[in-house]
Design a protein around this ligand. Structure first.
Ligand SMILES: CC(C)(COP(=O)(O)OP(=O)(O)OC[C@H]1O[C@@H](n2cnc3c(N)ncnc32)[C@H](O)[C@@H]1OP(=O)(O)O)[C@@H](O)C(=O)NCCC(=O)NCCS
Length: 175
């Protein structure tokens, strides 16, 4: 992780900036019922309902739902793995990094931990799907070793009885 710094605003000072490494002790752990209130930044009521359902299915070992917290306890990312959606695979989904915390490596840390959960189950691959118009996320997944395997229509509830449907690329990574 790194941050930009700049010299103090001084008439004599030459303006400059440089990148210095920033080490942060992030924690990754399972989401508990008490954590849902701290995840409101990640989506609307339908999304929170989906997170609650994912957590509920975790009690039956069908899913794992993880979150990343900063040293001060602020939740900066959430994501899950569904062990039932695709055969011989853990399917990563609902990946979300809090605004202001993106592009710092947090998503990569979360994905690595989710892959660890998949491997721990003895499953040989991780899969995920990414919306066709989200090239930045797709580029990240490629960098992490995922390759495109197909195209599918996905949809999820957005409240008031309505659903959002979109075309997604499916991706997979051998673990
Ligand atoms: C997509 C998403 C989950 C990725 O998480 P992230 O924390 O931003 O991802 P990372 O920081 O690990 O990697 C992404 C970027 O950070 C850079 N990066 C990774 N580690 C870094 C580090 N230590 N220091 C600086 N930059 C780093 C990568 O090069 C990459 O570059 P990019 O900004 O050009 O894409 C997150 O951005 C997000 O929630 N986006 C909005 C919702 C979304 O699109 N969800 C995906 C649904 S499939």
């Amino acid at each position: 992780m790194s941050v930009e710094t700049s010299a103090p605003d001084d008439d004599q000072a030459v303006r400059s900036s440089r990148t210095v490494p920033l080490e942060l002790a992030l924690t990754v752990r399972d989401v508990g019922p008490e954590d849902l209130v701290d995840l409101e930044w990640s989506g609307g009521p339908s999304h929170l309902t989906a997170l609650a359902e994912a957590m509920q299915r975790g009690f039956a070992d069908e899913t794992a739902l993880l979150m990343v917290t900063a040293p001060n306890g602020v939740v900066v990312a959430v994501g899950g793995v569904d062990f039932t959606r695709r055969p011989s695979s853990g399917d990563l989904w609902m990946l979300s990094v809090r605004g202001g915390w993106q592009s710092l490596g947090v998503g990569s840390i979360l994905i690595a931990e989710l892959e660890h959960r998949v491997r721990s189950r003895g499953l040989p691959q991780a899969t995920l799907s990414v919306e066709h118009d989200n090239p930045r996320a797709e580029a990240l997944y490629r960098r992490l070793g995922y390759v495109r395997t197909g195209t599918e229509l996905d949809s999820w509830p957005i409240g008031q009885g309505r659903s959002y449907a979109t075309v997604c690329f499916t991706m997979a990574k051998k673990l």
